[in-house]
Design a protein around this ligand. Structure first.
Ligand SMILES: *Cc1c(COP(=O)(O)O)cnc(C)c1O
Length: 367
C-alpha cells in the first residue's frame, strides 16, 4: 500500500483533495505490480507481435509513467521527477485537477475570461460551477485582478483558480510575485493552477520556481506549442509531490502511447532541443515586427502586446479582415463570439513569409 495513505493528515495541498478520494488507490494495472519474471502472462496481451509491428515494441501495455520521460521533462522544466505527472496534453491535466479536487456536481472553479476554454469545459462536464472574474482593460493592456479573484474564491469556496500566463487569447503575462501572493492567500483553501502553455515565448521565469514556497501552486506545461509536438499529446502537471501522486491514482491506466513517448524523448534531445530554442527566438523576433506592422495597418483598432506566439487584434471591421485573410488562404482565429471581443481576431505567428502574407492581405482592408 501507499505509505501516504497511512500518514497523519498533512498540511500540504493534498488536504484539498476530494475527501472521498483520500484512500482511493485507482486502477491496479498489470504494470503496477512490482514482480520479477520472464514469462509474462498477467495482462492478457498477445504472446506474438502484430506483423505490422516490425520491432515488436507495441505488444505490451506501456509503462504508465516512463521514468526516462519523467526525468527528461523534469530536467526541461526544472523540477524533480516526483513533482511531475505526464499525461495526454495539458487538457488531461486540467480535467484530472477538476475531477480530483472538485466534488462531482458541486464545488467551483474560478476563471478570468477571456481565457482558454478547457477549464470551463472540464468543470461543466463534472457538474462543477464556473465563477468568472473577467479580465479588465486599462490603457490597452489586460488586467487580471488577482485580489478580486482571491475574494471570489474565498467567498464561494472555490477549490481551484485557473490562471493562464501568458494568457490565451490576450498574450499577457502575470507577475510571479502576484501569483505567489494569491496562492498565499488561498493556502489551505484552493489550488492556484498556472497554465504556462506559452511561457517559452515569454522569456520569463516559470511559476515552477514558486512550488517549493507555495505548495498549493500547480503549473501546467505542454509539448504542444513551442516544442511543435501538438499531435504527440504530452503535457505535464507540476506541483507538490504528494498532490502529483494523488493525481496519478486518478489518471487513466496507460495514458502515454509508446510511440509518443519515443517521439517526445527524441524531440527533447540534443540537436532537436537546440532547434526548438532557435525557433522560439525566431518567433519572438517576428512577433515584434508583426505587432509593429499590424499597428500601422488601416482598420486596425488595437494590437495587444503579446508574450506568446500569437497576437490579439481589434479591427474596425473584423468580418472584413477575416474574409480578406481567408481570400488569400490565411485562416486565423475568430474571437468574436467571446465576451468583449466582438471585433477581435487572434493571429498565430507563422514563418516570416506567412506573417508577411498576413500583413499583405490586411493592408488592403477598407483602404
Ligand atoms: C494550447 C493550449 C494548451 C495545450 O493543451 P495540450 O492539451 O497540452 O495540447 C493548454 N493551455 C492553453 C491555454 C493553450 O492555449
Amino acid at each position: 500500500m501507499n505509505a501516504m495513505l497511512d500518514a497523519t493528515p498533512t498540511t500540504g495541498p493534498i488536504a484539498l483533495l476530494r475527501e472521498d478520494l483520500r484512500d482511493f488507490a485507482g486502477y491496479r494495472s498489470a504494470r503496477s505490480e512490482k514482480l520479477q519474471g520472464h514469462i509474462w502472462l498477467n495482462a492478457n496481451e498477445s504472446p506474438w507481435a502484430n506483423p505490422a509491428d516490425r520491432d515488436g515494441a507495441l505488444r505490451r501495455y506501456p509503462d504508465p509513467q516512463p521514468q526516462q520521460l519523467r526525468e527528461a521533462l523534469a530536467a526541461l522544466y526544472g523540477c524533480v521527477p516526483e513533482q511531475l505527472l505526464a499525461g495526454r496534453g495539458s487538457d488531461e491535466g486540467i480535467d484530472l485537477l477538476v475531477r480530483a479536487f472538485c466534488r462531482p456536481g458541486g464545488d467551483a472553479i474560478v476563471v478570468s475570461t477571456p481565457t482558454f476554454g478547457m477549464y470551463a469545459v472540464s468543470a461543466r462536464l463534472h457538474g462543477t460551477r464556473v465563477i468568472d472574474v473577467p479580465l479588465r482593460e486599462a490603457d490597452g493592456e489586460w488586467i487580471c485582478d488577482l485580489s478580486a479573484i482571491g475574494d471570489a474564491a474565498i467567498a464561494q469556496s472555490a477549490r481551484i483558480v485557473f490562471l493562464c500566463s501568458p494568457g490565451n487569447p490576450t498574450g499577457a503575462l502575470l507577475p510571479l510575485k502576484d501569483i505567489a501572493a494569491l496562492a498565499g492567500r488561498l493556502e489551505r483553501r484552493a489550488l492556484v493552477v498556472v497554465d504556462e502553455a506559452y511561457i517559452e515565448y515569454a522569456g520569463a521565469e516559470s511559476a515552477i520556481s514558486l512550488i517549493g514556497v507555495q505548495r498549493n501552486i500547480v503549473v501546467l506545461r505542454t509539448l504542444s506549442k513551442a516544442h511543435a509536438l501538438a499531435a504527440v499529446r504530452i503535457g505535464s502537471v507540476i506541483g507538490d509531490a504528494e498532490l502529483i501522486e494523488a493525481l496519478r491514482r486518478c489518471q487513466a491506466p496507460y495514458p502515454l502511447p509508446v510511440a509518443c513517448v519515443a517521439q517526445a524523448l527524441a524531440a527533447l534531445d540534443g540537436n532537436a532541443a537546440t532547434t526548438t530554442r532557435d525557433r522560439i527566438s525566431a518567433v519572438q523576433a517576428e512577433r515584434e515586427g508583426l505587432q509593429r506592422r499590424l499597428a500601422s495597418v488601416r482598420g486596425v483598432r488595437r494590437v495587444y502586446p503579446s508574450r506568446a506566439n500569437f497576437v490579439l487584434v481589434r479591427f474596425d471591421d473584423a468580418q472584413d479582415a477575416f474574409e480578406r485573410l481567408l481570400s488569400v488562404g490565411v485562416v486565423v482565429r475568430d474571437m468574436r463570439a467571446a465576451q468583449g471581443l466582438g471585433d477581435a481576431l487572434r493571429i498565430s505567428l507563422g514563418t516570416p513569409a506567412q506573417n508577411a502574407a498576413v500583413i499583405g492581405a490586411l493592408e488592403g482592408v477598407r483602404a
